[in-house]
Design a protein around this ligand. Structure first.
Ligand code: AMP
Ligand code: MG
Length: 493
């Protein structure tokens, strides 16, 4: 006999093991989500649910919205808010999850561990003056862009669902409230370490260090100094992550140390944006007046954040402060080189270079300077770059770029790979589509304004497989139409 009852979303294959909640109490606070008036499903990520070993049928329906806003808890959840600090635009502040509640760590059938977090589920002890809530538009934006980043092959937190609360949130105007279910390797940040370093709580710092190493870099446990091992691994992942961002034109927008996850995932999609015209100085955030987090500044800022991380680790590096400092500085001094190495590797991929020549960085840099000078579209230009004669169209009509194109052809001729092999490598590194700002804005406008989710789903689908040409709408593959207003983004909305 088959049952017609909808399966219970609280028992949809959840398998919680909440190791963070077992850490000493200074690291977190027990909280419960604030019930929402009228939960409504908005989006659900069926593919991700299946990857996590969850039953999509139990989580797709109307009934699951109660779970995705926090009115019902999945079996085994132990909700907490995490304590942390962070350098925001260079200034240290005491923060913590002000509107995010960690339900716990779900283990997938293959034994992978993921944080399941509700963002916008109500106030916590760390909310300060905030309401603990989130508006639908920004939560859909995070869902869309984080899933696009995943499609682009870039480490990122994921989005399992967005559900509306049925309650307004008051920003400049009343907006529909919503909760995002975020899935992450962990939510441990540079700022988590900074909090306990600032408090002089070396005991908590040590627990945190051991936990983070065990969780993200288990193969380094038991070899040498744990703090130095953790620093080295985190540096390497950040160098790689930022090179990915540069490769696809992503501007994170708010690289505060509380928004740098030690597991190496892109996290916090508040004011992020993608560049259209290539411009290392591109800034979209309405509050980043100095361009601290500009597109081209990201590797340097990652280095700055890692220096704050190293400082926080000092008490664990060595009992003698002088020695600790020397060891940390020595480790940090390698970051710039690793950062450049990852970026050069990405550039070789974008240019179809299989071999390595000393002039490759100059070759790539000269192209980027030409793109900047001509305000050429970053994604479109790279995706349409082909060996052979330069096209008689913009930006290649620029004499400098025409000359560059000949140099590039000469360079390709000096490697043994065929034109086909070059094309394959380039297609794998130069996406046909990225979530262009004007397209994201239009989709969010339709969704949160008119309640029309069709443009959102079309965008999501096109971005699921961004390196393929098939089924890509021209409004995503082509630069934005002339006169498209410059996008401005906002934090913490
Ligand atoms: P963000 O800019 O999203 O990285 O947030 C920085 C800090 O502000 C974090 O501690 C957030 O939890 C907190 N925060 C952002 N929005 C809210 C809100 N609506 N209510 C409470 N805390 C918030
Ligand atoms: Mg944040």
């Amino acid at each position: 006999m088959t049952s017609t009852r909808t399966p219970d979303p609280r028992a949809a294959g959840w398998r919680f093991d909440n190791s963070y909640a077992r850490l000493p109490g200074a690291l977190h606070s027990r909280v419960v989500p604030t019930p929402a008036a009228m939960p409504q499903p908005v989006v659900f990520n069926r593919a991700l649910a299946m990857d996590l070993g969850l039953d999509p049928e139990a989580l797709a329906g109307e009934g699951a919205a109660a779970l995705f806003v926090g009115n019902q808890l999945p079996e085994g959840a132990e909700p907490i808010a995490q304590a942390y600090a962070g350098h925001q635009f260079g200034n240290l502040a005491r923060l913590g999850d002000g509107r995010a509640i960690l339900l716990g760590e779900h283990l997938t059938p293959s034994g992978k561990r993921f944080d399941i977090q509700l963002k916008g589920a109500g106030p916590t002890p760390y909310s300060r003056r905030g309401d603990g809530r989130a508006a639908l538009g920004p939560m859909l934006s995070e869902y869309l862009v984080s899933e696009a980043m995943h499609g682009l092959g870039i480490p990122t937190t994921r989005s399992l669902a967005v559900a509306a609360t049925g309650e307004p949130v008051f920003r400049e105007e009343p907006l529909r409230g919503a909760v995002l279910t975020r899935v992450a390797a962990s939510h441990i940040r540079v700022g988590t370490f900074e909090l306990f370093a600032a408090l002089g709580d070396t005991e908590s710092l040590r627990h945190l260090c051991d936990h983070t190493l065990q969780r993200h870099f288990a193969d380094r446990v038991g070899f040498g100094n744990p703090a130095l091992a953790l620093l080295a691994e985190v540096m390497e992942r950040q160098a790689m992550l930022v090179a990915h961002w540069l490769r696809v034109g992503f501007v994170h927008g708010v690289m505060n140390t509380d928004n740098m996850a030690l597991g190496g995932e892109t996290i916090d999609y508040g004011p992020c944006a993608f560049i259209d015209a290539y411009d290392p100085g591109a800034v979209f955030s309405s509050i980043d007046h100095q361009g601290r987090y500009a597109f081209g500044a990201q590797p340097r800022i990652a280095g700055w954040n890692l220096a704050r991380f190293a400082e926080a680790l000092l008490p664990l590096v060595h009992p003698e402060p002088e020695q600790a400092l020397g060891l940390a500085q020595e480790a940090l001094s390698g970051f710039e080189e690793r950062s450049r190495w990852h970026w050069l590797a990405a550039l070789r991929g974008k240019l179809g270079l299989h071999t390595e020549e000393p002039g490759d960085l100059d070759l790539a840099t000269d192209l980027l300077q030409g793109l900047h000078r001509t305000a050429a579209d970053y994604t479109h230009t790279f995706r349409n770059l082909r060996p052979g004669p330069a096209p008689a169209s913009s930006p290649w009509t620029d004499p400098g770029l025409a000359e560059w194109h000949r140099r590039w052809n000469d360079r390709l001729a000096r490697q043994p790979q065929s034109v086909g092999e070059v094309a394959t490598r380039m297609r794998a590194n130069n996406p046909a589509v990225v979530p262009r700002n004007h397209a994201v804005e239009a989709a969010l406008q339709a969704a949160s304004g008119q309640g029309d989710l069709a443009p959102f789903h079309r965008l999501l689908e096109a971005l699921a497989d961004p390196y393929a040409d098939a089924g890509k709408p021209a409004f995503l593959t082509e630069p934005p139409p002339p006169g498209t207003p410059r996008c401005r983004t906002f934090c913490g909305t």
